[in-house]
Design a protein around this ligand. Structure first.
Ligand SMILES: [Zn+2]
Length: 326
């Protein structure tokens, strides 16, 4: 008896998924957009493949240095991507696993150790992109009044169930907060996913008390990695320290501090935006040059990829042990 034909096609695909987890081309049409930070339509192409070598074009705004996927996927296309593809890229996680919980917890503790020096416990905290709720749980434990925003139903329900915290399952701009204002708004690896991060920063500004703090972390595109290693369809915007800071200042914040890796920054709400937000006029040219010079071969000759692979292996082994004991 002959096996159904479809199996033959599915086998190599599932094999590819196994060795290259993101290998699955996503087709979309998208639309041409201006730079979300400075409004310029001038750009240079940085790459035409994503980290799994699927076709994907990323461009850099030659005026301010903000990176974006081009053409920009529409809201409907992003919805379709998240529904059909995103789970696969992230190992079919519908709810947090012991692994993601452990990772989230460690990071949350470290960030709160710093942030609690700026905003005293008792203050009101909003977490945008709350995930499985680890940050909210730790903040609650320290005595903050907390609530979160998380579009993934599975994660949001888990956070509510496991930690008894309020999580809105909705886009940020659809939530009615009444006259509630927050002392601290925290956002960990969310802004790179947004089509209009500037509008969201202005919204964050409007939800903070005067002098309130905004913690934002995104992948750092200026980090030393292979150029394509940085590109991912869901990351429709790419920031470096300079572009993230300029966007926040334009939205009405003043810069307070950055983490050593410069991927995480803390801002304070100002009452009037800084008209001199365009403070890094050379950033675009410098970052573009960096991408031009960082070829794959050159990258493989540095210690960086091997150190990264080793760290990942150690983490995987530790987490596997954790999963077994859980
Ligand atoms: Zn720009």
């Amino acid at each position: 008896m002959k096996a159904p034909l479809s199996v033959e096609y599915r086998l190599p695909m599932s094999f590819l998924h196994r060795i290259v987890p993101g290998y699955r081309p996503f087709r979309y049409v998208g639309e041409k957009v201006a730079c979300n930070l400075c409004g310029s339509r001038e750009y240079a192409v940085l790459g035409t493949r994503d980290r799994w070598l699927n076709p994907l074009t990323n461009v850099i705004c030659t005026k301010c240095g903000l990176i974006r996927v081009d053409p920009m996927p529409t809201d409907a296309e992003l919805d379709r991507y998240y529904t059909d593809h995103y789970r696969l890229h992230y190992q079919s996680t519908m709810e947090p696993t012991p692994k993601t919980i452990e990772r989230g917890k460690k990071g949350a503790e470290a960030r709160l150790a710093y942030l609690s020096g700026l905003v005293k416990p008792g203050g009101r905290v909003l977490d945008i992109g709350a995930g499985g709720g680890e940050f909210l749980a730790e903040a609650k434990r320290l005595g903050y009044e907390v609530e979160g925003v998380e579009p993934s139903v599975g994660f949001a329900r888990y956070a509510e169930r496991a930690y008894g915290v309020k999580v809105h399952i909705s886009p940020l701009n659809k939530i009615d907060f009444g006259d509630r204002k927050f002392d601290l708004i925290h956002s960990f690896h969310v802004f790179e996913h947004l089509r209009d991060p500037f509008a969201s920063m202005k919204l964050v500004h409007s939800l903070l008390v005067p002098g309130g703090y905004f913690f934002v972390a995104v992948p750092n595109m200026a980090e030393n990695r292979t150029p394509t290693g940085m590109f991912h369809f869901a990351h429709v915007h790419g920031f470096a320290y300079e572009s993230l800071r300029m966007m926040a200042e334009k939205a009405g914040f003043e810069w307070v501090q950055s983490e050593s890796l410069r991927a995480a920054q803390v801002f304070r709400r100002l009452e009037t935006p800084n008209p001199d937000w365009f403070r890094f006029p050379n950033h675009a040219a410098e970052l573009e040059k960096k991408f031009r010079e960082s070829g794959l071969l050159k990258h493989l000759l540095t210690a960086d990829p091997y150190r990264r692979a080793w760290r990942r292996l150690v983490r995987k082994l530790r987490e596997r042990k954790l999963q077994k004991t859980a």
